[in-house]
Design a binder for this molecule. Structure first.
Ligand SMILES: [Fe+2]
Ligand SMILES: [Fe+2]
Length: 315
């Protein structure tokens, strides 16, 4: 066997035994590249995900709601930072990742390309979008790449708080006036299908799945995770007295799961390819934040340089 094949075999053995791969360990180039792609796109999703909710901080209906939403949005910034740091351990710079986001080369979760039209959307997003994220991310706490798995443990704790604050907003609205209940129903109607799309294409169309399973980046398929999301969400919607906008949704005794209707895959691909309702607006907001933050980055660099100079003089 060539040395490369030996290395690959030893690498796969470690993964099969459940060992974590650390940044300085040998890894196949494809493993490194796949992780840079996945972790950076995850980081971008956290950061772009602040925009639809950030939009409602000034209009939250009470001080308590404002504080909770502010804290939640701030948590998402933190998630982005842990993840950018985890990706940097694989040999890519933060600037390069940001450049890939701005140029459209890197993707982020399509759910954030939908607009937030009412306060109830803060409830639906926390409940459904953070709920779907948790299902994906709990799986990732056991992924093979150490820095990614460890970042996920902390992120998941915060995500479950996010989901509860969203569900609580929905509970208050759904048990409020008829107009409030209608707002909650409308938010569920608009966010249900985009949330279902968060698990990605159907298994037979998912190109990266096989390697991801082998390397334990993924432990469950897109369709399995989506099913789990539906099974979790139906009783929660029932408790709220709201209706999930899917006429084909019904309990299947034989499978022990809910059956559900078809996702509009045309819409999915359209949004992924950049043609969703808010894609342009989100990228403009990120680009502006980057441009307007240049003086902060420059000042931080100048200060760091000054500090290291004064230290070297002192020595
Ligand atoms: Fe997050
Ligand atoms: Fe979250």
């Amino acid at each position: 066997m060539s040395p490369e094949i030996n290395l690959e075999k030893a690498f796969q053995d470690r993964i099969d035994k459940g060992e974590k791969i650390e940044p300085k360990d040998w890894m196949p180039e494809k493993y490194r590249k796949t992780h840079i792609r996945q972790i950076s796109q995850h980081a971008h999703s956290e950061v772009v995900g602040m925009l639809p909710e950030g939009n409602w901080i000034t209009r939250a209906p009470s001080l308590k709601r404002k504080c909770a939403l502010l804290a939640k949005v701030q948590d998402e910034a933190g998630h982005g930072l842990y993840l950018y740091s985890a990706a940097e351990t694989l040999g890519i710079s933060r600037d390069e990742m940001i450049e890939q986001l701005h140029s459209g080369k890197a993707k982020y979760s399509s759910i954030f390309n939908y607009p937030t039209l009412s306060w109830a959307d803060m409830g639906a997003i926390g409940w459904l979008v953070d709920g779907a994220a948790i299902i994906n991310q709990v799986m990732l706490t056991r992924t093979s790449f150490g820095p990614y798995a460890r970042a996920m443990v902390r992120i998941c704790k915060e995500e479950s708080f996010h989901q509860r604050q969203g569900y609580e907003i929905m509970m208050v609205l759904a048990s409020g006036t008829p107009e409030q209940k209608e707002m909650a129903q409308d938010a569920l109607n608009r966010f249900w299908w985009p949330s279902m799309m968060m698990f990605g294409p159907r298994d037979e169309e998912s190109t990266n799945s096989e390697l991801s399973m082998k390397w334990k980046i993924k432990r469950k398929s897109n369709d399995e995770l989506r099913q789990q999301f539906v099974d979790n969400s139906v009783p929660q919607a029932e408790y709220l007295g709201l209706t999930i906008p899917d006429p084909d949704l019904k309990w299947n005794e034989e499978r022990g799961h809910y059956d559900f209707g078809d996702i509009d895959w045309n819409e999915f691909w359209q949004v992924v390819k950049g043609d969703g309702p808010c894609n342009k607006e989100r990228m403009e907001a990120r680009q502006n934040a980057w441009d307007n933050g240049k003086w902060v980055r420059d000042a931080a660099m100048a200060y760091a340089e000054k500090q290291s100079k004064s230290k070297s003089i002192a020595v």
